[in-house]
Ligand binder design. Structure first.
Ligand SMILES: NC(=O)C1=CN([C@@H]2O[C@H](COP(=O)(O)OP(=O)(O)OC[C@H]3O[C@@H](n4cnc5c(N)ncnc54)[C@H](O)[C@@H]3O)[C@@H](O)[C@H]2O)C=CC1
Ligand SMILES: CC(=O)[C@](C)(O)C(=O)O
Ligand SMILES: [Mg+2]
Ligand SMILES: [Mg+2]
Length: 352
């Protein structure tokens, strides 16, 4: 474990240097890792573990689209792909990767198979932290921990294939075997994490729910829409409004931020832009901060988790979500975006 200084605070991190894949393989060599659920995180984590030489099986409902996907991805029915209960029985480490709402329904079945010494692995602090809402209370004689990749399962897999690694947080809720630390870190490395930083279940879920509702997904769509609407109302064309709101950000400026920080991105823009950005950013911070305070409270009081459980456990939740996504897709903003994306040279048909 290394101690690193993050802007003035020392924190524990585990890197691939101190915990290489060979060590993860050694720790997991007698384990059967059962990945339950094959939605977004399931495939990323199962495939990365498979490619990393870990003994991984998938548990999924037969006659489902995702069963077929697991087969197409190389999992073999009866060998490495099983009905959920069979996988639960075979697994010594259970990676519980159903959607957070679905985890509630299957919990009694999972619990039945958590015999002493097994490990229960999550990729989110949701089920355990909000156990009054989820009913997820594991027996005392199993290890309980999490590795939460900080990004989509799709990115986890893509970055692995590119030889890169998404960073993840890890937390131990219960160490029944005395081996929870080496087990959780070995899994974190095996699923393709670039490095792992320490957290606990409550902090993981509070920060994750805040982030995805905030700057990562909810807030960013909100400020995109606000700026786009103002530009359109002032007579700017959709292409101009989209380019100045989204395209330039994702294609030109955010890669610079990712590479070397905000000041470096600013420094690579005009002095005119820098003057304006430096003058305006605090105003945006002050305008949005009360909304972030409200958001955090809504997470911490359990309102957000309850809403997620209530809506995502309806039988027609998928159709309803798809309908809301369709509205977003068909908005003028994202329709303009579709045309803009098609114009990127790399997306144009190569002329014969
Ligand atoms: N989507 C992502 O990239 C990320 C997800 N996470 C966490 O990882 C976990 C898994 O999330 P996702 O992969 O997004 O899940 P998901 O929404 O893609 O669902 C996973 C699987 O659950 C199955 N399923 C749904 N209802 C079921 C039921 N009643 N019985 C049996 N199977 C059922 C689906 O067929 C699917 O294979 C969650 O705890 C989530 O918060 C963490 C980081 C990112
Ligand atoms: C991708 C991720 O980390 C999220 C946004 O928290 C999630 O999918 O829940
Ligand atoms: Mg999340
Ligand atoms: Mg997240």
């Amino acid at each position: 474990m290394a101690q690193l200084n993050f802007g003035g605070t020392e924190e524990n991190v585990v890197t691939r240097d101190e915990f290489p894949l060979s060590k993860a393989q050694e720790v997991l060599k007698n384990e059967v890792v059962a990945v339950i659920g094959y939605g977004v995180q399931g495939p990323g984590q199962a495939l990365n573990q498979k490619d990393n030489g870990i003994n991984v099986i998938v548990g999924q409902r037969k006659n489902s689209k995702t069963w077929d996907k697991a087969v197409a991805d190389g999992f073999v029915p009866g060998e490495t792909l099983f009905e959920i209960e069979e996988a639960l029985e075979k697994g010594t480490i259970i990676c519980y990767l159903l959607s957070d709402a679905a985890q509630i329904e299957l919990w009694p079945t999972v619990k039945k198979h958590l015999t002493p010494g097994k490990a229960l692995y999550f990729s989110h602090g949701f089920g355990i932290t909000f156990n009054e809402q989820t009913g997820i209370v594991p027996p005392a004689d199993v290890d309980v921990f999490l590795v939460a990749p900080k990004g989509s399962g799709t990115s986890l897999r893509r970055m692995f294939l590119q030889g890169r690694g998404l960073n993840s947080s890890y937390a131990i809720f219960q160490d029944a075997t005395g081996k929870a630390f080496e087990r959780v870190i070995a899994l974190g490395i095996a699923v393709g994490s670039g490095y792992l930083f320490e957290t606990d279940f409550r902090k993981e879920v509070y920060s994750d729910l805040t982030g995805e509702r905030g700057t990562l997904m909810g807030c960013i769509q909100g400020i995109f829409a606000a700026q786009f609407e103002v530009l359109r109302a002032k007579g700017h064309s959709p292409s101009e409004a989209f380019n100045e709101t989204v395209e330039e950000l994702t294609q030109s400026l955010m890669p610079l931020v990712a590479e070397n920080g905000m000041d470096w991105m600013y420094a690579n823009c005009s002095t005119t832009a820098q003057r304006g950005a430096l003058d305006w950013w605090k105003k945006f911070r002050d305008a949005t901060k009360p909304v972030f305070e409200e958001l955090y409270d809504s997470v911490a009081t359990g309102k957000e988790s309850q809403r997620s459980i209530d809506s995502n456990s309806q039988p027609d939740y998928r159709e309803k979500l798809n309908e809301e996504l369709r509205e977003l897709r068909e908005s003028e903003l994202w329709q303009a975006g579709k045309t803009v994306r098609s114009l990127r040279p790399e997306n144009q048909e190569v002329e014969a």
